[in-house]
Design a protein around this ligand. Sequence first.
Ligand SMILES: [Zn+2]
Length: 408
Amino acid sequence: MAYSLVLRNGHVIDPSQNLSRVTAVAIQDGRVAAIGDELGPGLDEKNLYGKYVCPGLVDLHGHWWEGSSWGIDPDICLNHGVTTAVDAGTTGFISFPAFRRMQVSAATVRVLAFVNISAIGIPTTLVGELEDIRFARPIETGRVIEANRDLCVGVKIREGTMTGIHGTEAMDKALEAANSTGLRVMVHITKGADTRRILERLRPGDIVTHCFQGRGDGILNSDDHRLLPEVVNARKRGVQFDVGHGAGAFSWDVARRAFEYFFYPDTISTDLHRFSIARWAFDMPSVMSKFLHMGMSLEDVILKSTWAPAQAIDRGDQLGTLKPGAPADIFVFELEEGSFPLEDTHLRAERAVRRIRPVLTIKAGQIIEPGSYPVRLRELEECDRDVFRFVEETAGQRGTIGKINADG
Ligand SMILES: [Zn+2]
């Protein structure tokens, strides 16, 4: 009997099986059926000579609820190899049910979610979601997670200007919700966060996102730019550090400094949202290309974009892996050679000589060509334009952040 699809002659990289060599992958009934050199015929076969094959990418941090001014349609992920898109707390307990019904259920890409400790999630750039601490709701957050266990992977909190004067109390409530549900916290750290105290409080498996942001109150000491001892201790305890590139959270300087300390990200993610996609027009492959450019091996970059994020949310047995029986979620790409400007969120460009170029996304065995999902973006309103100008104007100024919470 023939397999439904066989991918031949590609260089298969699957860190979950310690695999990096040219071989074949067979797919049957939407799942990986076998990997090996002597596979039987397929009803459909692809010759992927010169291409790479890896598990579908798992983007641990994006904003996929279009009921928020931050949100975009998650299916655009399928254009660039992402088969699992994790929403990083765009909804809180009030908006989660509508998010599930109208966005997650309608999407072709798999969508999972952190639920924001703020009742209102992250609806707008105009007002921080925790500037009024009454929005921090551990009990209701726990209830919505219990009712949606299949989709919910943890509790999200943004610490910085958006918590106003309530950073510590808000963190208490996020940890309370996480403890009551047995799940992890993902904490965003930006200018205004009490990062050292936050790090001390995080538990094994909790996630720090925006780890290479350069706007202040990050992982480096502000005086001598050494890695904070709290960062080193947190990593030793098993706290995970996620990239969350976004519109304001990736600095070449911070990342390079961290690399001098052999401090590499645990997970690579985009923080794609309405504002980051408009300004930087990036995607998982371009963020991954930045880490390749900084000297990480291709295998490590793939690990941190597939199995590592899947494991970070306890889905490592099914997602980010090509083990037989796992969903046939696969990314096929090329390493393109040339000279490519890669910009950080401070508008500093470095020239890379290689970049990852998507060739095919396969979701549950179905082949999707890059660009086949139209990018439908909400029209910007006048208030968005103010935020957007602000992001552009301040992006180049190291360590600055203005009055608006556009630092996702
Ligand atoms: Zn974000």
